[in-house]
Ligand binder design. Structure first.
Ligand code: NAD
Length: 363
């Protein structure tokens, strides 16, 4: 099969890790007789430097007309001026909006051999395999009005937390769909004891639960969920929640895995949004940032980006066995003891990828 992938390596270590994920995708293409064509574009600080804009209309159009987008990271001290008229992160928000991706998926799995790198006790980490779905385009970050004013001699600031039922339904439905291929449990996280938007969230999730009687549904308040992520993370399977709760819980969950460099993410659009197919348009990226402290040294852990490429194959190309081949390759490589510096080892970015490619080729 032929697929077109737009690469947005971005800034800092972004280009270093994206280049390695491309090598892994080329290995898969060769082994499984697919053709992946890559087009590389600038986004973030590098795009501000060259075009004066963090995301140009042309780059967005190129992403929209490709089959999937693989992104590295953006940002760095050079573009940190809060008064600048454009910032690298703006490009990322505009890209998500332009691609219509509303569901951010963050799988968090703890490799047994890396349990020592996590701040939790190893026995708490046994069997941790969580998929968190965060709503990405609604809620407090986007609701209007959003403003500041002087009132009665004081500064007053307002953000608005707003959700429509259809925005909740599409992500809750996706959570149930994904739970079918896993341990068949959905945890819907809200704050229904206080927030009206959460009461609507719970109502929609409850209805979806009735439509999916084969899947266990539990409702957990966000404060309890944040505690349970530390006290009993193995009790979760699929977790679905609104934008701000998800923003916080996904970062909390990420520390379970021991290093930021290990974790992938996918941001997905509606079913059928990848043109000419039933699959979803997707933006795939590691969860870490541009890591300016190690950029250019060739020591970044490429695994988060390589596993993001596996998610790309699964969700946008529907190539499940190819996705599993990458995941198994990473698992076996870590089991065999390969480690980059963030995991206490000596391997460079390229050497770690070489090991993963070798493992994929041998299986
Ligand atoms: P960061 O994720 O870039 O780095 C945090 C720490 O983790 C650093 O010590 C870094 O060296 C380490 N680290 C991150 N990825 C690693 C990897 N693959 N291998 C080994 N070590 C790794 O977060 P930060 O330092 O807070 O942010 C740096 C820049 O990245 C900022 O400009 C920030 O705005 C930006 N950022 C971008 C994104 C994104 O593009 N999606 C996300 C977060 C932060």
């Amino acid at each position: 099969m032929n697929f077109k992938i737009t690469l947005l390596p971005g800034d800092g270590i972004g280009p270093e890790v994206v280049a390695e994920a491309v090598r892994v995708l080329e290995t898969i293409a060769g082994k499984h007789k697919h053709t992946f064509s890559f087009q590389e574009r600038l986004m973030g600080g590098c795009s501000i430097d060259k075009y004066g804009s963090s995301l140009t209309d042309e780059t967005l159009a190129d992403c929209q007309t490709s089959d999937a987008v693989l992104f590295g990271a953006v940002g760095g001290p050079k573009w940190d001026d809060p008064n600048a008229k454009d910032r690298p992160e703006r490009g990322l928000l505009a890209l998500r909006k332009g691609l219509g991706v509303f569901a951010n998926l963050r799988p968090v799995k703890v490799h047994p051999a890396l349990a020592d790198h996590s701040p939790l006790k190893p026995e708490k980490l046994q069997g941790v395999d969580i998929l968190i779905l965060r709503e990405l385009t609604g809620g407090l970050y986007f609701g209007q009005p959003k403003m500041r004013e002087m009132k009665d001699g004081h500064q007053r600031a307002v953000d608005t937390l707003e959700y429509y039922d259809y925005e909740i339904k599409r992500i809750v439905d996706l959570a149930f769909e994904l739970a079918k291929g896993r341990k068949k449990k959905v945890t819907s996280v809200d704050k229904a004891n206080v927030l009206e938007s959460s009461r609507l969230w719970r109502q929609v999730a409850t209805q979806a639960g009735k439509e999916n009687p084969d899947i266990e549904l539990e409702h957990v308040l966000v404060d309890t969920a944040s505690m349970k992520l530390i006290t009993g993370p193995a009790s979760f399977d699929v977790v679905v929640t609104e934008n701000m709760f998800g923003d916080i819980l996904t970062d909390e969950a990420s520390v379970l895995a021991g290093s930021m460099g290990m974790l992938p993410s996918a941001s997905l659009g509606e079913a059928g949004s990848r043109s000419g197919s039933e699959a979803r348009m997707g933006l795939y990226e590691p969860i870490h940032g541009s890591a300016p402290d190690i950029a250019g040294k060739g020591i970044a852990n490429p695994i988060g980006t390589i596993l993001s490429a596996a998610l790309l194959l699964r969700h946008s190309f529907e190539l499940e066995s190819e996705a599993v081949a990458i995941e198994n390759g990473v698992h076996q490589t870590i089991t065999a003891g390969a480690r980059t510096a963030d995991l206490g080892g000596m391997l460079t970015t390229r050497q770690m990828t070489d090991e993963i490619i070798k493992s994929i080729e041998e299986n």
